[in-house]
Design a protein around this ligand. Sequence first.
Ligand code: GDP
Ligand code: IMO
Ligand code: MG
Length: 439
Amino acid sequence: MPATVVIGAQWGDEGKGRVVDFFARNCTVIARYSAGSNAGHTIVNERGRFALHLVPAGIFYGNKSCIIGNGVAILPTTLIGEITMLEERGVDTSQLMISDRAHVVMPWHVAIDKLDEAARGANAIGTTGTGTGPAFIDKTARLGVRTGDLLAADEFDEKVRFILEYKNRVITKMYDGDPLRFEDIRDEYREYGERLRHYITDTATVVQDAHARGEQILLEGAQGSLLDLDHGTYPYVTSSVPSSVAAGACVGVGLGPTAIRRVVGVYKAYQTRVGNGPMPTELFDADGSALRDHGIAQGTGEYGTTTGRPRRCGWFDGVLARQTARLNGLTSVALTRLDVLAQFDRVKICVAYELDGERIHALPPSLAASARVQPVYEELPGWKTEITDVRKLGDLPTEARQYVRRIEEILGVPVDMISVGPERDQAIVTRDIFGSALL
Ligand code: GDP
Ligand code: IMO
Ligand code: MG
C-alpha cells in the first residue's frame, strides 16, 4: 500500500498533530520522520488535550505501531517526560518504537543553541532553544550521538569523551561559558538509555515490513515547508536533516520514494509564524490580535505549543502556499482553523507581491528585498457565523465555501478535509482519501 505523508505547508503549527490524529484511524503504522522537540503537536480527543513533541500523534489508538524514525533528533528528557505523562493519563505506549539510528540531543546542544542565539543578537533566529538545531548540525558534521550508542556503554563513553572535549573548547574559548563535565553526562545519559532501552530498535525494517505486507503507513511531518533549509526563508529556518518537506519522509524512516503516493499538505486558513524572519502578510493591527487571541480561553489561541511565545499572525499567503503545494507534490489539502475566520466581515488572501513597483509571484531570496515586499490582497466576504458544529460541506455558509474554493484554485489541489475546531470530530471530510481509489 502506498504510504501517506502529512506535512506542514506554512511555517509550522498548521495543525499537523490534529490531522494525523484524525487520519491515523485508517493506518497501522504512524511514524515521525524529522525534526525534534522543537515541534509541538496538539491533539484534542476523547482522552483530553495533549501536547506532543516527539511521540507520533497516532499513539492514542493503542493498537498502532508508533515510530520515532531515524530522521528525528531526540531530547531524552522531553521524550521520557512525554512517555511518563501519557502513561499517567492512561495512554498505552507499548506500541512505541524508537529508531536506533535517531540522533540524541546532548547537553552541549542545548547550551550552544542558547549561546549561538545570544551571539547573533538582533539577528537571532528565534529558535526554540531545545538544542535541536545544533544536534542536526552535529549529525551532518559526523559528531552525533545516536540512540543506539546509549545502549553500548563503552562506545558511548569513548565517543562522548572525544566530542565533549571539542564542544567544551567551543563553549569556553569561543563563548566564555562553563565547561560541561563528562561524568555528569555519562551518568545522566546511562539512565536515559536504561529507561528507553526497550523502545529502541531497527525501525526502518519495521516500516519496510509493514509496507511489504500492504499496510497503510502514515508519515507525520513536523515544522513547515517554509522553515525548510533549502526552500524556506533562509537563514530563518530550522536545521532538520532530513528536511520536513515530503521528500524528506523517505529518508527519515527508511522507505523508498515509490512507497509514497499521497501527500497531504496541512494549511491553516490564515498565516502564522513563530520566531524571526520574513512574513509578508503579517498584521500588526487589531485583525492580527483577533487572529492570535481567538480561542485563548480554551487554550487554542496562537501561542507556541513548545515555547508559549505569541505567534505572528496574518492573512493567508497564497503566493507561498502555492509554492509549497508544488514543492511537496501535494495530492490533497487539509485546511485547519477555518472557524477562526468567522469573526471577520471581510477576509483577505494574498495573491501576489509588489516589490519596488513591480508585481512578483515569489518571495525573493534576499532578506532585504523580502522585507520590502508588499502583499497584494484579494478581498472576500466573511461569513460571520460560527461553523464549529458544521460537519458537511453543504452546511457551511456560502461565503466560507467560496473562501475554501478560492484556496483550492490558488493551490491547484483539492481540499479534502476542513477542520472547524481542535477536537477529533470537528471536521468536514469532502473526500475520503483512504477510501477513494488510489491516485
Ligand atoms: P502542529 O504543530 O502543526 O501540530 O500545530 P499546533 O498543535 O502547534 O497548533 C495548532 C493549534 O490549533 C492547536 O492548538 C490545535 O489544538 C488547534 N487546532 C487545530 N485545528 C483546529 C481548528 O480547526 N480550529 C481551531 N480553533 N483550532 C484548531
Ligand atoms: P511544529 O512541528 C513552528 C521554528 C522556530 C524558529 C526556527 C528555528 O510544531 O509545527 P529551531 O529550534 O528549530 O532551531 O528554530 O524554526 N520552528 C517552528 N515553528 N512550529 C514548529 O514545529 C517549529 N519548529 C521549529 O520557532 O523560528
Ligand atoms: Mg506546533
